[in-house]
Design a protein around this ligand. Structure first.
Ligand code: URA
Length: 196
């Protein structure tokens, strides 16, 4: 195992044992898995979703349900191979009933996301949805640029460590063709930054 494999494995072990999380009891009760992340440990692009849905919590894999199918299609549409990128979420356990994550849940899991970013060192971080957008912008020096996702989606921002692109959440495009078209257009930006 190289440094990245080992450091990411340590994150996994810590999240598995995270009994201090408000979502831990739900995980145990439902025999769910935490969803740590998946993909290349030296990815140039790191995607950050919101939190696992039911399919994800049952398998331990991010974006493997309906939203994942939309993400897969979007990646194919711009010729990006999913195993070349890294896909994770800000919250690593499933909030009951697919509700929005609570601030204390984001607070307890976000340091793991920060460590994943430090270890993988992506050239670009692309957030999926407003919760991960708000977190990354506040945490990485873009708090003054914060606005609604409808204003910011598809724009490229520079941080000290990576380029940042906020994107709509693929789940929002399942029944919304207009939003799907917007996401498709925005995904092209991932290719135009000279990264992949
Ligand atoms: N929605 C998310 O935000 N993340 C997943 O992993 C699946 C659905």
């Amino acid at each position: 195992m190289n440094y990245q494999d080992e450091a990411l494995k340590k994150i996994k072990d810590e999240v598995v044992e995270l009994s201090a999380s408000p979502l831990y009891a739900e995980r145990v009760k439902n025999k769910y898995f935490p969803v740590i992340g998946e993909g290349s440990h030296s990815a140039q692009i790191l995607f950050v979703g919101e939190a696992p849905g039911e399919n994800e919590a049952k398998t331990g894999r991010p974006f493997c349900g309906r939203a994942g199918k939309v993400l897969d299609d979007l990646l194919v549409s711009v010729g990006i191979v999913r195993s070349d990128v890294y896909v994770t979420n800000i919250v690593k356990d499933r909030p009951p009933g697919n509700r929005d994550p609570f601030p204390d849940e984001i607070e307890i899991y976000a340091p793991f996301l920060d460590r994943q970013i430090k270890i993988i060192k992506p050239k670009m971080v692309a957030t999926l949805g407003r919760f991960s957008m708000q977190y990354i912008m506040s945490r990485y020096g873009l708090e003054w640029e914060l606005d609604s996702i409808s204003k910011l989606h598809g724009k490229v921002f520079d941080t000290a460590d990576f380029k940042f692109v906020p994107l709509y959440h693929p789940a929002a495009a399942i029944y919304n063709q207009h939003l799907l078209d917007t996401l498709k257009e925005d995904f092209k930006i991932l290719k135009t930054c000279g990264i992949v």
